[in-house]
Design a protein around this ligand. Structure first.
Ligand code: 13P
Length: 245
């Protein structure tokens, strides 16, 4: 399974140290891929702290060019140079607040792949879209631009917008339906078997049910991932078999 901690714009250098002290020794010899995604300024320290451990480090975004006149943006190539292995792309918060489009998200994913990063590509419908019965249409629209990607492993995170930070996770049925749709669509597009992870109010209390839902290859955890004990409880709830999904 893939268990990724998205710290969003939270955390500090001190918090990172105590978090890694608590988490890293516990993660030894787990059959899972654990990914820690702190804010950009903490990445070098995270890479140092996680070196030689089971935990890899991810960024929360990157630009679609390797370099250029893009003030304030971050190159995927530089992330690789830092020792970062993963990147989250197309998060709904970027789509909502920072003008991310389906096209720019896919372009970032392509550049990230070309630089050598593993991509966690986020998709998900809003509450209004779900209520209008448009969930699959939205997922297809968001995934379609990924046709520019090489048919190598991209991880898709299904994160229904209405479940993010609300305490209302999607039900196992809703998750299973969405994951099946995403997997079938990606197969049709010639992308092979894609690992689909779930994000949206994953907590220690609901992690076992979510992570045992058919078609779920892991979780992208926001709020609960800031606390090492809570994130560890989520990791422990993951089924032991299945490698990194
Ligand atoms: P929460 O776990 O806080 O709902 O956030 C989910 C998320 O956005 C992870 O990327």
């Amino acid at each position: 399974m893939i268990l990724a901690a998205n710290w969003k714009m939270h955390g500090s250098s001190e918090h990172l140290v105590s978090y890694c002290e608590a988490l890293l020794p516990r993660c030894e010899s787990l059959p899972h891929q654990i990914v820690l995604c702190p804010p950009y300024p903490l990445l070098p320290q995270a890479v140092m702290l996680c070196a030689g451990s089971q935990v890899q480090v991810g960024a929360q975004n990157c630009h679609w060019h390797q370099q250029g006149a893009f003030t304030g943006e971050v190159s995927p190539w530089l992330l690789v140079q830092l020792g970062v292995g993963w990147v989250v792309v197309g998060h709904s918060e970027r789509r909502q607040h920072f003008g991310e489009t389906d096209g720019t998200a896919a372009a970032r994913a392509k550049a990230a792949q070309e630089a050598g990063l593993r991509v966690i590509f986020c998709v998900g419908e809003t509450l209004e879209e779900r209520q209008r019965g448009e969930t699959f249409e939205v997922l297809q629209r968001q995934l379609h631009p990924l046709e520019v990607l090489a048919p190598t492993a991209v991880v898709v995170a299904y994160e229904p917008v209405w479940a993010i930070g609300t305490g209302h996770n999607a039900s196992p049925e809703q998750i299973q339906q969405a994951h099946q749709f995403i997997q079938a669509y990606m197969r049709e597009q010639g992308k092979g078997e894609v690992a689909v992870i779930y994000g949206g109010s994953v907590k220690p209390e609901n992690a076992a049910e979510i992570l045992h839902t058919p078609g779920v290859a892991g979780a992208l955890v926001g709020g609960a991932s800031l606390d090492a004990t809570a994130f560890w409880a989520i990791i422990q709830a993951a089924p032991q078999q299945g490698g990194e999904g």
